[in-house]
Design a protein around this ligand. Structure first.
Ligand SMILES: Nc1ncnc2c1ncn2[C@@H]1O[C@H](COP(=O)(O)OP(=O)(O)OP(=O)(O)O)[C@@H](O)[C@H]1O
Length: 242
């Protein structure tokens, strides 16, 4: 079931380079992601998927347009406010996992929970709960170097959930994984979708897209197809701001 808009882009554009070598990585994109929707963004290499995800997550600033997370405009926020907003409200999953090598699996998840302001007791509990949820309770005290790629990505997903994010943003989460590990991650995304987690996944993998509520096809920085369920509504925040 989807609800009001949790993530919104209006006329979002990202241009790289100077006048001679201008790349329109993202070109005038409008997007509403209702709460609870799982959205897959697909398209050929270089079409702007990752750039779009980074703009939506406040990891990069657009050259034009707006990004709203719930009722807050984020593209004009100070770096400090943006860092806080990401830490407290967003979960990121990257192709390269980006775990801290010197911390165990549980510590990686726990650190994110602590940084998001949870008490040490609650952060440890939540980290253990999430590792159990991703099927890694028995690997909690292993360092990332002692885990397989698929297990590392599952730790990264647990970490992304540590702050109970409004949205999880994932950039090619199965890009570095073999088939079996990809299936594990797929199952997790399917569980997240069922649990009503708002999710935006950039992927080349049609199997990931197949478990999403909505699939957007991108080409040359723009949306060329938007295939959504009838239940995906335009949200109240969007309507209120027009
Ligand atoms: N920092 C940058 N400077 C200049 N051009 C860039 C930069 N980052 C990305 N681009 C260009 O922007 C376009 C979109 O790149 P982006 O990485 O978003 O595509 P993508 O669809 O995610 O590709 P892939 O599927 O290969 O990861 C590409 O043409 C790319 O070369």
């Amino acid at each position: 079931m989807t609800g009001s808009t949790v993530l919104q882009a209006r006329g979002l554009s990202m241009l790289y380079g100077g006048e001679r070598a201008l790349v329109r990585a993202v070109d005038q994109v409008d997007l509403n992601v209702p709460a609870g929707q799982s959205l897959a963004v697909m398209g050929p290499s270089g079409c702007g998927k990752s750039t779009l995800l980074y703009l939506l997550g406040g990891l990069q600033r657009p050259t034009d347009g707006q990004v709203w997370l719930a009722d807050r405009r984020i593209d004009t926020m100070s770096e400090r406010a943006l860092a806080r907003l990401r830490r407290d409200n967003l979960g990121f999953v990257f192709q390269s996992f980006q775990l801290m090598d010197e911390l165990t699996a549980v510590e990686n998840v726990e650190l994110a929970a602590l940084l998001a302001g949870q008490s040490p007791g609650r952060a440890r509990k939540r980290a253990m709960y999430l590792l159990d949820r991703v099927g890694l309770a028995d690997r909690a005290r292993h360092l990332p170097s002692a885990l397989s790629g698929g297990q590392r990505q599952r730790v990264a997903i647990a970490r992304a959930l540590s702050n109970e994010p409004l949205v999880v943003l994932a950039d090619e989460p199965t890009g570095n994984l073999d088939s079996a590990a990809t299936l594990d991650v797929l199952r997790l995304f399917e569980e997240l979708r069922t649990a009503g987690q708002t999710l935006v996944v950039v992927t080349h993998d049609p199997r990931i897209a197949a478990v999403a509520d909505r699939v957007i096809a991108m080409r040359d920085g723009a949306f060329v197809d938007d295939n959504r369920l009838a239940s995906a509504t335009t949200g109240t925040l969007y309507d209120g701001r027009r």
